[in-house]
Design a protein around this ligand. Structure first.
Ligand SMILES: [Zn+2]
Length: 447
C-alpha cells in the first residue's frame, strides 16, 4: 500500500482567555494514535508574529505530521474534523475563528515562504487563501476564516533547516480549570538547579516567581521548555504536582529561537508590527516616562531616527537602558508598534546589544586659581567668580572631564518573566540547532 505524508495544521481554537490549540492537538494525538498511522515528528508548535494586534494569547499554531496509507487520507481528515468540531462545541469562545488545514506530500517552497512571513510580519487573509489554492491544501474554517493563516503557516514550518526547542505541556482535568494550580514551588526550584542549563525560563529569580505555570483559566497546567525532548521529560518527572494531570505532550517548537526577528539596515525599511534588529547610534538620551517606561531614540547611517522603549515590566533591564548616552553604538531588537498622536513608530525593546560606548564628557565650573574652591558663573558671558575669595575672571573657562562609564559592551535581555515565546534567552546562545532530531523518543505523549 502506498503511503503519503499528511500535514494537519490547527489554529485559533482558543479565546483570549484560554490557550487551547495545543490542548486540542494533544487530544488529536491520542485519537490518531489509535489508527494505523505513524507520526513522523513531534507535534510542531509554531509561534507566529507576536506583534499583531488581533492575536490570540501567545499566538501559537500547531502542525501534526503523519505517515498514512494513501487510501485512508480522507477517513483520517474526517476523523480530525470530527474531533475538532466536538472540541470547539465544548470549549471555544465566540471570538475565536478555529481552522484546520490539510496538506499531503512535500512542503512547497511557496508555503515555506508564507510561513516565515507569518512569523515575522503581518499577513492578509487573502494571501493565505491564494497559498492554499496554489499548494492544493484543504482549509476548513468554523467561525470565521482568520485561523487559516496560522494553521497553514504551522504546516509550512517543519523546523528542518532552522533552530528549534522543545516544550512539554501538561494539561489539567476540566473540573480544575480556573482554580489555582497545585505545583510544589520547591520542586520547581530543585528541577531548575538540576536541569537549568538544558531547560530555560523555569524561574525568575529577580522576583522569585515560578514561570512554568500560566495564570489564566485555560487547560494548561504547566510547560517545561528545553533543548531536547529527553530533558524536558526528565525535568517534568521532578515536578511535584498535587492535582490530577489529564495528559501531557512534548512539542517541537520555534520558541526561544528569535525566528521572528529580521535584520534591517535602515529605519525606512521598518513597517508597523514587524520584529526587527537595527544597528544605530543612540541619538536622544533615555528618559523615564509615566508608568516607568524608558524611552530613547537611535539614528541609522542615513540619519533617520526611531524611538525605542523598554517597558516597565522589563524590570532591571531598564537600568541598563538608562545608562546609554548619545553616541553609543547599539543594536536594538524588538517588535514595532505603529505611530499614534503621542509617539512615532517605536521599537518595543526585547534585547539590547551594546557594541561600542561613547566617551562621556562633562563640563564643570573651574577651580579658583587663588584659593582652589569651585567657582560660580558670574552671569552670561561674564566669566566666573569665586564665592570664597571673590576672585573674578572673564578668560577662565569651564573644564572638561571624562566620566567613567559603568556600562560594558555586550548583549542584555529583560528578566525571564518579561520573555515572550519567540525571544531567545541568553543561555541558548551557542546551542542553536541546524538539523531535526534523528528519532522521536518512544513515549512523548500520555493519555
Ligand atoms: Zn577663590
Amino acid at each position: 500500500m502506498k503511503k503519503t505524508v499528511l500535514h494537519i495544521g490547527l489554529d485559533d481554537i482558543d479565546s483570549p482567555e484560554g490557550g487551547c490549540t495545543t490542548h486540542l492537538a494533544s487530544i488529536l494525538v491520542e485519537e490518531l494514535s489509535k489508527e494505523a498511522l505513524e507520526f513522523i515528528d513531534y507535534p510542531n508548535l509554531i509561534r507566529l508574529n507576536p506583534n499583531i494586534p488581533w492575536k490570540t494569547r501567545g499566538n501559537g499554531a500547531v502542525a501534526l505530521r503523519i505517515l498514512v496509507n494513501e487510501n485512508s487520507v480522507d477517513r483520517v481528515i474526517n476523523k480530525v474534523l470530527h474531533v475538532v468540531e466536538k472540541y470547539i462545541g465544548e470549549f471555544s469562545k465566540e471570538k475565536s475563528q478555529p481552522s484546520a488545514v490539510f496538506l499531503t506530500g512535500n512542503i512547497p517552497s511557496k508555503l515555506r515562504w508564507f510561513s516565515r512571513k507569518t512569523v515575522k510580519d503581518i499577513v492578509p487573509i487573502n494571501l493565505a487563501f491564494k497559498v492554499v489554492d496554489k499548494v492544493k491544501a484543504k482549509a476548513i474554517s468554523f467561525n470565521g476564516k482568520r485561523g487559516v493563516i496560522g494553521a497553514l503557516a504551522a504546516i509550512g514550518e517543519p523546523l528542518d533547516n532552522t533552530d528549534y526547542t522543545f516544550e512539554l505541556i501538561a494539561y489539567r482535568v476540566e473540573e480544575n480549570y480556573g482554580k489555582p494550580r497545585l505545583i510544589v514551588k520547591e520542586s520547581v526550584l530543585k528541577m531548575d538547579k538540576l536541569f537549568g542549563t538544558q531547560t530555560f525560563l523555569n524561574v525568575d529569580y529577580e522576583i522569585g516567581k515560578v514561570l512554568i505555570t500560566p495564570h489564566g483559566p485555560d487547560p494548561v497546567l504547566l510547560g517545561i521548555r528545553g533543548e531536547n525532548a529527553e530533558i524536558v521529560l526528565e525535568a517534568f518527572k521532578k515536578i511535584k504536582v498535587l492535582e490530577p494531570i489529564e495528559r501531557w505532550v512534548i512539542f517541537r517548537t520555534n520558541q526561544a529561537t528569535d525566528m521572528h526577528l529580521a535584520e534591517v539596515k535602515y529605519v525606512k525599511e521598518i513597517k508597523p508590527y514587524m520584529s526587527v534588529i537595527l544597528k544605530g547610534y543612540v541619538y536622544e538620551k533615555p528618559k523615564t516616562i509615566r508608568g516607568g517606561h524608558v524611552v530613547f531614540s537611535i539614528s541609522d547611517s542615513l540619519g533617520d531616527t526611531i524611538s525605542c522603549i523598554a517597558y516597565e515590566p522589563t524590570g532591571s533591564f531598564r537600568n541598563i537602558v538608562k545608562q546609554l548616552i548619545p553616541g553609543d553604538l547599539v543594536k536594538v531588537y524588538g517588535g514595532t508598534r505603529p505611530p499614534s498622536p503621542t509617539h512615532g513608530l517605536t521599537i518595543n525593546l526585547e534585547k539590547l546589544e551594546i557594541l561600542r560606548l561613547a566617551e562621556h564628557i562633562a563640563y564643570r565650573n573651574p577651580k579658583c586659581p587663588k584659593c582652589g574652591k569651585t567657582m560660580k558663573s558670574a552671569g552670561k558671558n561674564k566669566g566666573f567668580k569665586c564665592p570664597n575669595c571673590g576672585f573674578k575672571s572673564k578668560t577662565i573657562s569651564k573644564i572638561c572631564i571624562k566620566i567613567p562609564r559603568k556600562l560594558r559592551p555586550g548583549l542584555y535581555t529583560p528578566p525571564p518573566r518579561a520573555f515572550r515565546h519567540l525571544m531567545k534567552p541568553l543561555q541558548r546562545y551557542g546551542k542553536e540547532k541546524k538539523t531535526p532530531p534523528k528519532n522521536i523518543i518512544p513515549k512523548w505523549h500520555h493519555p
